[in-house]
Design a protein around this ligand. Structure first.
Ligand code: TYD
Ligand code: MG
Length: 481
């Protein structure tokens, strides 16, 4: 009889089955079902007579904003909506080696240093040895911060140390995949262990009012390893992303019960740890300015580069969009996109084809957002089109020009939000001209020292960026076998 009670849980999505199979029917993952100990049966047939009636209240009434615990790292505080909320659970996800442990050790040290009592911050590592963490602390220059450090992975031991009246204010658990409950049979890292361990830690955090930060690894597919369930259990989910070969790291809130989810925090990985970047536009355009100041190259802006004035959360952010268009030698031309949506690129080339008679179809197209940033705004459409046209026609966009606007399927350029903020940031960074959608309605152009060039239709942009040279190039492309 006991055999019938075992169940198989998918390590990707958490779906449970009575029988093993090679493929999870719920999420389609292969080889992801693992045998787990049965969960105790839920109570059946509740008797409502035994319950206590709820005291319903109206939607308005006295309510308090949650108090916040500032970490001392402004970029992290902003992403969390103004600081961490006591009694809440935060999940920090990211690729291995991206800097999660570094960021959290820095935050832990900063909070501990600013706390008004000793033993306010605990850092529990299940991945590294004490010496490794100490070495990192030394490197970060925070070795003398009063952080309680422990290497442990048994949740029972951890709870014995933190689930008490004098609990710390912040507990960092690095990582949740290494934690286990000795009441469960399955191995650490499996869905039931991760879920069980997180549940116990979060429950203790709510009961004692401390902040628990769980570190979670991200799988190849880009989800926090195995259990999506973890994302539902915590109050805030932050992703730490970036290209490992780049210096920039971006902290993004993807879920936040206590704040907005479109904020990003920008950091730079340096010898001494993560450094906040309070003016990211300057950083993302840094390579460009180096180029402009290079005496040999001065006065020769590159074809295929456009500066996009974007908005990330509440903050304007200027980035360079780079395109390369080359005649293809393959039957199916290549399309390679880094940092942007490939489908959106296909849409723009289709609009260029259908509305402007410009066929990019037979060319290989490479598109890159400089600095390893990932852009999701449709407002980048016009800048992408400008970079493509500039690359295609070997024409250059003036170096002091920013571009933004959304492209409709008709080829019209649609206005986008936050025009003023975008222009202001561009002005601050020394740009002189902006190619933007024509203002709609009675609202006149925002006062700005930038020269605004209204691009009403994609055709206007094509005219602007297709000099005689483009014709020559097309002949050359046409002449290829
Ligand atoms: P780490 O925080 O261990 O990553 P994670 O916890 O996400 O796996 O970061 C490791 C990387 O960061 C490693 O490749 C070295 C680099 N690093 C620096 O460049 N400077 C530093 O001061 C530190 C501590 C790490
Ligand atoms: Mg780590």
């Amino acid at each position: 009889m006991a055999r019938a009670a075992t169940r198989y849980a998918c390590q990707q999505c958490g779906a449970a089955y009575a029988k093993w199979s090679g493929r999870c029917e719920a999420c389609g993952a292969w080889n992801s079902l693992i045998e787990e100990a049965p969960r105790s049966a839920p109570p059946r047939g509740l008797d409502p007579g035994g319950g206590r009636a709820l005291g319903f209240v109206g939607l308005t009434g006295p309510s308090r904003l949650p108090p916040r615990r500032q970490t001392g790292i402004a970029e992290l505080d902003r992403v969390c909506g103004g600081g961490l909320v006591p009694g809440s659970a935060v999940l920090v996800g990211g690729d291995p080696g991206i800097g999660k442990s570094t960021l959290l050790l820095q935050a832990a040290a900063a909070i501990a240093a600013g706390a008004d009592r000793p033993q306010a911050v605990a850092y529990v590592t299940g991945e590294e040895a004490i010496d490794q963490v100490r070495l990192r602390a030394l490197r970060l220059g925070v070795a003398d911060a009063p952080v309680l450090l422990a290497a442990a992975s048994n949740v029972r031991d951890i709870l014995a140390s933190i689930d008490r009246p004098d609990a710390p204010e912040l507990v960092v658990v690095d990582s949740i995949q290494t934690m286990y409950l000795d009441t469960l049979d399955s191995a650490p890292g499996t869905v039931s262990q991760v879920r069980g361990a997180a549940q116990e830690l979060i429950r203790a955090a709510k009961r004692r009012g401390f902040i628990v930060v769980l570190v979670g690894h991200v799988t190849k597919e880009g989800v926090i390893a195995g259990p999506r369930v973890l994302e539902h259990m915590v109050d805030t989910v932050l992703y730490f992303e970036g290209e490992r070969s780049h210096r920039f790291r971006i902290l993004r809130a993807v879920k936040n019960r206590f704040g907005p989810t479109d904020e990003i925090g920008v950091f730079e990985m340096s010898e001494g740890g993560l450094v906040e970047v309070s003016n990211p536009s300057a950083l993302f355009l840094a390579g460009r300015q180096d180029h402009a100041s290079n005496a040999d190259l001065e006065g020769t802006p590159v074809a295929g580069a456009a500066v996009f004035a974007g908005i990330e959360g509440t903050r304007p952010l200027l980035v360079e969009i780079q395109a390369l268009v080359a005649p293809s030698v393959l039957g199916t031309p290549r399309r390679a996109v880094v940092g942007w949506d490939g489908t959106r690129l296909a849409m723009i080339t289709a609009v260029l084809d259908a509305r402007c008679g410009l066929s990019l179809g037979a060319n290989d197209i490479y598109l890159n957002i400089a600095g390893g940033l990932r852009i999701a705004e449709p407002a980048a459409d016009l800048a992408v089109a400008a970079a493509l046209l500039s690359a295609y026609g070997e024409t250059t966009i003036p170096e002091d020009t920013v571009v933004f606007g959304e492209i409709a399927l008709s080829g019209e350029i649609r206005p986008v939000g936050h025009t003023e903020a975008r222009l202001k940031e561009a002005e601050k960074l020394g740009f002189a001209e902006a190619w933007i959608p024509p203002p709609r309605g009675r609202k006149g152009a925002a006062p700005s020292r930038l020269t605004s060039v209204a691009i009403g239709h994609l055709g206007d942009l094509v005219t602007r960026l297709s000099p005689q040279r483009a014709g020559r190039r097309r002949e050359r492309i046409g002449a290829l076998p």
